[in-house]
Design a protein around this ligand. Structure first.
Ligand code: NAD
Ligand code: WQD
Length: 346
C-alpha cells in the first residue's frame, strides 16, 4: 500500500518523500507544480534510489484524487499542498481559501468516497497569532492575524469536526514553527520561484550574490538584540516528526482520533544570531541593513515541545549551525534552484 503525499514536489513535501521512502514506505506524489519543479522528483530518486510514484493533479479536482488514491491503493495521506505566503494571502485571499480550504475539502471528500481515513495535515504556528505566553503550547488561543493563517484554522476546525463525526478517521494536525535547512546531500532544498519572503531563503540568495543585502525588519523589538526571534527547525527533523506522527495514527482510538502537535525546537533565535550562524556556516559575510518593522510580525515565538516529546516520542536534533550549513550546501550547489541547465557543475 502507498501513502499519498500532496504537494510532495515542494520544499517540505520532497524532504518528506525522502524520509518515508528511506523508512520503507511506498509514496505517491500528487502535485500541480504551481510552486515546484519536476526536477525535485528526480532528486528524490537520486537520494533514495527509489522513484516516487507521481500523479500530476490539483487537489481541487476530487475525481483526479479518487483515481490516484485507487490506482495506487493508498492507505493514508500526508497533506502539504497549498499556498503559504502571508503577504500574498492579504492581496488575494480568495486564492488562499480556494487552494487551502476548498482544496482540502475536496481531498477529504475523495478520501471518504474511497474509504481512506488516515491523514496528516500541515498546519502552522501562524494559527496562534501574537503569542500571549511563551513557549507556545498547543492549547494557546487561536487567533491568526492574516488570511493564510485563517485558512489553516478553518481546515483544522474542519478536521476536528470530521473526526468527531466519524470514528473511522485518524487525523494528525502538525503546527510547524519556522522550517529551514535542506537535505545534507544538497540535492533538495527550498527553491522560491520569486523573491523569497522568508528569512533563510533570502539569506541564501544574499550569500550566493543573487541579492545585494538582507533587510533586517526592525531592531527595536523587546528581545536581547532588538531583532525578531523565531523557532527555526531543520526540515529533516520536521519530516522525521511526520514519520512519528503517521505511526501514531495507528494507535489512536475514538474519541481521541484527532491530535494536534507543535513541531519546533523550543528555542528562539534572533535575526542577527542567524546572520552570525550563516556567516560561520558559509564562511562569508552576509551584508545587511536595518529597516523598519514588517507589518504583522511578532517580536518572538517559540514552541512548547513537551507534547511532541511525550506523545510522538520525537524531538528535533539539529542545531542552528546544521540549518545554516545545510542551506548553504544546497544553494552553493544549486545557486539558481532546480533549473537544471542554470547551475554550474560543482
Ligand atoms: P511549497 O510551496 O514548497 O510546497 C507546496 C506544494 O504544493 C508545491 O509543490 C505546490 O506545487 C503544491 N500545490 C500547491 N497548491 C496545489 C494544488 N491546489 N494542488 C496540487 N498541488 C498544489 O510549500 P512548503 O514550504 O513545502 O509547505 C508545505 C505545507 O506546509 C503548506 O501547506 C504550508 O502552508 C505548510 N507550512 C509551511 C511552512 C514553511 O515555512 N515552509 C510553515 C508552516 C506550514
Ligand atoms: C523570520 C524573522 C522577520 C525576512 C512565516 C509565516 C509562518 C510560517 C513560517 C507558513 C522575522 C525577519 C524576514 C527578511 C527579516 N509559514 N525577516 N528580513 O514571519 O516568522 O513566519 O514563515 O506557515 O506562517 O508567517 O518567518 O522567515 O518571514 O521571518 O528581518 O527579509 O526574520 O521579521 O523576525 P515568519 P520569516
Amino acid at each position: 500500500m502507498s501513502i499519498l503525499i500532496t504537494g510532495g514536489a515542494g520544499y517540505l513535501g520532497s524532504h518528506c518523500c525522502v524520509s518515508f521512502l528511506e523508512s520503507g514506505h511506498e509514496v505517491v506524489v500528487f502535485d500541480n507544480f504551481s510552486n515546484s519543479n519536476p526536477e525535485s522528483l528526480k532528486r528524490i530518486e537520486a537520494i533514495t534510489g527509489k522513484q516516487p510514484k507521481f500523479e500530476h493533479g490539483d487537489i481541487r479536482d476530487q475525481a483526479a484524487l479518487e483515481t490516484a488514491l485507487k490506482r495506487h491503493d493508498c492507505e493514508g495521506v500526508i497533506h502539504f499542498a497549498g499556498l503559504k505566503v502571508v503577504g500574498e494571502s492579504l492581496q488575494d485571499p480568495l486564492s488562499y481559501y480556494d487552494n487551502n480550504v476548498i482544496g482540502t475539502h475536496r481531498l477529504l471528500k475523495a478520501l471518504s468516497t474511497v474509504g481512506v481515513h488516515k491523514l496528516i495535515f500541515s498546519s502552522s504556528a501562524n494559527v496562534y497569532g501574537e503569542p500571549r505566553a511563551l513557549p507556545v503550547t498547543e492549547d494557546h488561543s487561536l487567533n491568526p492575524g492574516n488570511p493564510y493563517g485563517r485558512t489553516k484554522l478553518v481546515v483544522e476546525d474542519m478536521l476536528r469536526d470530521l473526526s468527531a463525526s466519524d470514528s473511522r478517521w485518524r487525523i494528525g494536525i502538525l503546527r510547524y514553527f519556522n522550517p529551514v535547512g535542506a537535505h545534507h546531500s544538497g540535492l533538495i532544498g527550498e527553491d522560491p520561484l520569486d523573491v523569497p519572503n522568508n528569512l533563510m531563503p533570502y539569506f541564501a540568495q544574499v550569500a550566493t550574490g543573487r541579492r545585494e543585502h538582507l533587510s533586517v525588519f526592525g531592531n527595536d523589538y523587546p528581545t536581547p538584540d532588538g531583532t525578531g526571534m523565531r523557532d527555526y527547525i531543520h526540515v529533516v527533523d520536521l519530516v522525521q516528526g511526520h514519520l512519528h506522527a503517521y505511526e501514531k495514527l495507528a494507535e489512536l482510538a475514538s474519541p481521541e482520533n484527532c491530535f494536534c502537535v507543535n513541531l519546533g525546537t523550543g528555542h528562539g533565535h534572533s535575526v542577527l544570531e542567524l546572520v552570525q550562524a550563516f556567516e560561520r556556516g558559509a564562511n562569508r559575510p552576509i551584508p545587511y541593513q536595518i529597516v523598519g518593522r514588517r507589518a504583522g510580525d511578532v517580536a518572538e515565538s517559540y514552541a512548547d515541545t513537551q507534547k511532541a516529546k511525550a506523545f510522538l516520542s520525537w524531538s528535533a536534533e539539529r542545531n542552528l549551525e546544521d540549518m545554516c550549513s545545510d542551506t548553504w550546501n544546497w544553494v552553493r550547489k544549486n545557486p539558481l534552484g532546480y533549473e537544471p541547465d542554470a547551475n554550474a557543475e560543482d
